[in-house]
Design a protein around this ligand. Sequence first.
Ligand SMILES: C[S@@+](CC[C@H](N)C(=O)[O-])C[C@H]1O[C@@H](n2cnc3c(N)ncnc32)[C@H](O)[C@@H]1O
Length: 202
Amino acid sequence: MTKQKKSSTTLLGRWLYIKKYIKDFTTLGSVAPSSSKASKFLASQIKRNGGYVIELGPGSGTVTQAILDSGIGFDKLIAIEIDKHFYDYMKAKFPKLNILNASATDLKKLLPKHVIGNVSTIISTIPMKNLHHNLRNEIINAAFSVMRPDGNFVQIRYSTQSPIKAKQLGLKQLTYGRVWWNIPPMTTFGYEKEAAKVVKKK
Ligand SMILES: C[S@@+](CC[C@H](N)C(=O)[O-])C[C@H]1O[C@@H](n2cnc3c(N)ncnc32)[C@H](O)[C@@H]1O
């Protein structure tokens, strides 16, 4: 396992966040990067079965850091970031990270052949509810087209309602939990490929 020196979001990262907040709130979705507590909680939902982990929308990298800290190596992690400024920031912050400046909708085209079908977990902090439902569904379909049958799609939302209509997409929905220590407080949902039913964990 390869680990990189621990670092939180720098002043530049925070500045990029504020700039994007003003210019393009739709694809950013929050006022501040995820807290370390929330990031750790997201990383704890990873299925540890040797497959790949994909992070959608790493932004300034707090969740990326938590994923790496949880024991996922750079060789098993791929990040997809649509925003060029965040992408450049992440390239400088994590030189060993496999990150692509692209949209999550293109996952199947972007990933190498050996990764397709061998993805254990996809962690998404993309503000799904801000997107048109067609775009949202496109991202979910792309995600499940590269996932292992037992994989999970981890998605955040700042309200307590699922941003994805799991039943309509034939997915099982789980509520992993709510982290209050975040601005704003964050609920984490999980989606798995199975017969459509809504299950509350614990
Ligand atoms: C709420 S921010 C989360 C940033 C960071 N992961 C965090 O938790 O602090 C959402 C991120 O998703 C990115 N994003 C939005 N739409 C995307 C898409 N279609 N594909 C990839 N990234 C996207 C944004 O540029 C932004 O970095």
